[in-house]
Design a protein around this ligand. Structure first.
Ligand SMILES: *Cc1c(COP(=O)(O)O)cnc(C)c1O
Length: 231
């Protein structure tokens, strides 16, 4: 990769390309062009890179760390009203307060203790970020997410017991497997729980995810270039 491909100047054209690819994937799947929303994953990227994307019309962003997000997003949100920020990384219960205050969507609800803490904090401050339940479709021991066969019960617990605003399911398929079967499984689980939103698909596989019904795709590298810092 050339040095130039890392420059912020590339961001608008990369973003255009991703939007075009989303459009084409929607058409191929006979889905309306606006059926899929793009979450631009800006983790490790400086605020200047995010500004480039905002200038190019992007409004929805994803970060995977609460701490890092606090370093750049309060100022960006002040400058640009109407941005929508998604938490796409694991959430510790001791960061729930910060997460509820900053994020508009929390995509990684995956255990009862976290669901309870989120519900209590939302109740306390009167701010209710929409939630996704993360499903560990590959049942990988090191990966976050509820097991597929526990998803329905956990979604019901989140909604009925805790009153969380759960709108959909999210997954990160195993790196070394065909993502399609994981996307199909997530779509099936969402349907069984009566959930409309599906957050699935990243730079390498968002077209496949769209074919399987993704309503949010989370794309980082294809927009911002390769990440240099550790995630
Ligand atoms: C980093 C990340 C992405 C984006 O990955 P790319 O391959 O850079 O598009 C999507 N989802 C999650 C949960 C991530 O952590």
């Amino acid at each position: 990769m050339t040095a130039e491909s890392h420059s912020a100047a590339e961001i608008p054209s990369r973003l255009d390309q991703v939007r075009e690819d989303i459009r084409l994937a929607c058409r191929a799947a006979a889905r309306p062009a606006d059926a899929v929303k793009l979450v631009a994953v800006s983790k490790t990227m400086p605020a200047a890179a995010v500004e480039q994307a905002i200038e190019a019309g992007q409004r929805v962003f994803g970060e995977n760390r609460v701490q890092e997000a606090y370093g750049k997003w309060p100022a960006l949100k002040d400058l640009h009203p109407g941005l929508e920020l998604h938490l796409i990384g694991p959430l510790q219960t001791n960061k729930v307060k910060e997460a509820v205050a900053l994020f508009d969507v929390i995509e990684t609800v995956d255990r009862p203790k976290l669901a309870r803490a989120l519900a209590e904090e939302m109740e306390r401050v009167g701010r209710r970020p929409r939630c996704f339940v993360q499903v560990n479709t590959g049942e990988e021991p090191q990966k976050a997410g509820i097991a597929p066969d526990e998803a329905a019960e956990f979604v019901a617990l989140c909604r009925e017991t805790f009153g969380l605003p759960v709108v959909g399911l999210m997954c990160i398929p195993p790196l070394d497997e065909e993502p399609a079967m994981h996307f199909a499984l997530l779509a099936k689980l969402a349907k069984e729980s009566g959930l409309d939103e599906l957050s699935m698909g990243m730079s390498g596989d968002f077209e496949t995810a769209i074919a399987f019904g993704a309503t949010y795709v989370r794309v980082g590298t294809a927009i911002f270039g390769a990440r240099v810092l550790l995630e």
